[in-house]
Unconditional design. Structure first.
Length: 304
């Protein structure tokens, strides 16, 4: 019998995996293995396939399950797989969650319901109902600049006390909102930063780790930053983050994961293809990101 993961395992850096696909839009299993080989030994705490970075909405249900199964097969057994569930409605989200559980996920990262623009009561009831029925522990995914709605801190406080809701990915860039969230969540609930750009600030204000996009490329840099922050070496951590700002500006200058996929080959992943409606990254942007990443990879090789 598989041991269910708990909030205590939601510590550290979890790369938000981009999804390697072939030219015809199928999961490129060889490239997935190459990506996991790149991440191996870097100190990450797990992975998060099928978020927005994973192009969830552009994949078929069968390919989503195949991505999770491939990650689970080739990732170290002791590292959890937190699979995204980004459907806009309850019944589709339940079906997706069950399929990803069957494929080997350890927890489900459930997106705020969107398009209908629900009330706070509706959001609260949605997550409660889902957590009651979910075959796996639930991590709330709040990203209001995509869903157009924030979850009120008091709602998150209540949700944090549900025994099957173990944490959240916080992509709300309003730091006062973040402070109010961490002030009132249950001790059994882990708040993870979801923003590469403000990760140190969220860590210093109460996050227990991060679900980080550019950790696909620079896992050791991010795990080093986490180690510095958790050992009280704040100035060193902030200096390291400052060094990344130019690269982060480039990585997010177009819709993620377009720029990142265009330079994946630098870390041994030969899978530049994007899924509709995304199109290839602007060549000039890609060239500048390639130059910046080359410099950072040289620095990363010096990290233990």
């Amino acid at each position: 019998m598989t041991t269910r993961i708990t909030s205590e395992q939601l510590r550290g850096i979890f790369p938000a995996l981009a999804t390697p696909v072939t030219a015809d839009g199928q999961i490129d299993t060889q490239a997935v293995r190459a990506l996991l080989a790149h991440l191996q030994g870097s100190g990450i705490s797990g992975t998060v396939p099928l978020g927005g970075t994973g192009e969830y909405g552009a994949l078929s249900r069968a390919e989503r399950a195949r991505m999770v199964a491939t990650v689970r097969e080739h990732q170290a057994a002791d590292l959890p797989v937190l699979a995204g569930v980004l459907d806009p409605g309850y019944h589709d989200a339940i079906a997706s969650g069950q399929a990803l559980a069957d494929a080997g996920a350890d927890a489900l990262m459930l997106l705020t319901p969107y398009y209908t623009t629900p009330s706070q009561q509706g959001i609260r009831d949605y997550f409660m109902r889902y957590a009651d029925a979910s075959p796996l522990p639930v991590v709330i995914y709040e990203i209001p600049y995509r869903t157009r709605i924030s979850i009120a801190p008091e709602v998150l406080h209540e949700l944090s006390r549900h025994e099957n809701i173990i944490g959240m990915k916080a992509c709300n860039t309003d730091m006062y909102h973040f402070l109010k969230v961490v002030q009132g969540v249950d001790a059994s609930f882990a708040v993870l930063s979801g923003e590469d750009t403000i990760f140190p600030a969220q860590m210093l204000c109460g996050a227990q780790g991060g679900i980080i996009v550019t950790a696909n490329l620079l896992p050791k840099t991010w795990t080093r930053m986490y180690a510095l922050l958790t050992s009280g070496k704040t100035e060193e951590a902030l200096a390291l983050h400052q060094e990344l700002i130019g690269l982060l500006d480039l990585a997010f200058a177009e819709t993620n994961p377009g720029p990142m996929k265009s330079v994946w080959d630098l870390v041994g992943v030969q899978a530049p293809h994007l899924l509709a409606p995304l199109v290839d990254c602007n060549p000039d942007l890609s060239a500048r990101l390639r130059e910046a990443l080359t410099v950072r990879l040289q620095a990363e090789r010096q990290l233990a």
